[in-house]
Design a protein around this ligand. Structure first.
Ligand code: SAH
Ligand code: SF4
Length: 350
């Protein structure tokens, strides 16, 4: 009998499978706790479950995990980037950041990304496949069991490889478990999904009761520039209309990410337009100085141009934050390690 991957089951699917095995309702929460709170890797260890059931579960289900291939630590801020291998040998990256006592893990939603934004190393490397929900959750479990400080809260951001909203079903399934009291018990403020901004997906999700915060990679103030650097992105008006609808439906604020690129979107006129687009709307702005990578023609903004941009923006816009380098020297934001290893892999990975 082919075994089922237990971490790919939604909570409802898990409950109904257990009921079919003649189990009571409380078994599903027990199992969720072992899998996600205790990060258990085998059924044998689940000591409050009768031995016969443990054996039966072991015959029917597998408990997957991700293997660490390599890690690098930033000498600037101590953030750590991990290259992880899935069951089929795909490589994905995840990053651990610790700033002012807050632990944040940055995880991937796809192997690569099909959207090909010109400034993004992941986009440059092409696309392999969507991640399954177990592979999304296993990134969190990887950190939880080895690298997070116990009993300290942590945040999750979907800002690694891939476009989460092109993998909607698996994202929804994993958020459900990240939210669940018997799962990771993480609320809206602790999970942020960053997206290129696909209006239909944003609107569909605004109607669910999944708890997460939304960040949209806006990155331009005109459709012409947006399309130049993000060829597959939607126009700004429908994207922001959907983001605003999400914010109103959820009574929250949506973050607009703006990667500032030298000579592309850093003009004072861009800052003016950005202030205009956001004024009076439920948005906050996160400016991210572009992180350079080999082979990409774009350049980071100079400190002077960043200041000039902020001087125009700050008096007119809602809340603005600037993301000072988190792992800039290890390219924590953009898939560099995995792609380098992917080409070396044939030679040196055994
Ligand atoms: N696909 C999603 C999430 C992954 S990208 C999205 O586009 O939002 C996560 C963030 O990294 C995005 O805001 C993206 O604009 C930013 N990013 C990508 N490459 C970058 C680079 N070289 N320097 C700085 N930010 C980058
Ligand atoms: Fe994909 Fe996001 Fe990179 Fe664009 S910025 S290529 S959507 S990962």
């Amino acid at each position: 009998m082919r075994k089922t991957n237990i971490k790919n089951l939604s909570i409802e699917e898990l409950s109904s499978e257990l009921q079919k095995l003649g189990e009571q309702r409380y078994r599903a929460p027990q199992l969720l706790k072992w899998l996600y709170q205790k990060a258990t890797s085998s059924f044998v260890e689940m000591t409050n479950i009768p031995m016969e059931l443990r054996t039966l579960l072991d015959e029917r289900y597998t408990i997957t995990s991700l293997q660490r291939v390599e890690s690098v630590r930033s000498s600037i801020d101590g953030s750590q980037k991990f290259l992880l291998e899935t069951g089929d040998g795909s490589l994905i990256e995840a990053v651990l950041m610790k700033a002012r006592g807050v632990q944040t893990i940055c995880i991937s939603s796809q192997v690569g990304c099909p959207l090909g934004c010109r400034f993004c190393r992941t986009g440059d490397g092409g696309f392999k496949r969507n991640l399954e929900s177990d592979e999304i959750l296993n990134q969190v479990l990887f950190f939880k069991s080895r690298h997070l400080e116990r009993n300290r809260r942590f945040n999750i951001v979907f800002m690694g490889m891939g476009e989460p909203f092109l993998n909607l079903g698996n994202i929804e399934k994993s958020i459900e478990i990240l939210n669940a009291i018997d799962g990771f018990a993480l609320g809206q403020k602790r999970i942020t999904i960053s997206t290129i901004g696909i209006p239909e997906a944003i609107l569909a999700l605004s109607e669910t009761d999944l708890k997460f915060s939304l960040a949209i990679s806006l990155n331009a103030t005109t459709d012409r520039v947006r399309r130049e650097i993000m060829p597959e992105a939607d126009d700004i008006v429908p994207t922001l209309a959907a983001a605003e609808e999400f914010a109103r439906a959820r009574k929250t604020i949506v973050t607009l990410e703006y990667v500032l690129i030298s000579g592309v979107n850093e003009d004072p006129a861009d800052a003016q337009r950005l202030a205009g687009i956001t004024r009076g709307r439920p948005f906050k702005i996160n400016i991210i100085p572009f992180n350079e990578w080999d082979g990409c023609p774009y350049k980071s903004p100079t400190e002077e141009n960043l200041e000039r941009f902020l001087q125009v923006l700050l008096p007119k816009a809602p809340t603005v934050t600037v993301r000072r380098s988190q792992g800039g020297d290890i390219n924590a934001a953009c898939g560099q390690l995995s792609l380098r290893r992917a080409s070396e892999r044939k030679r040196d990975l055994s």
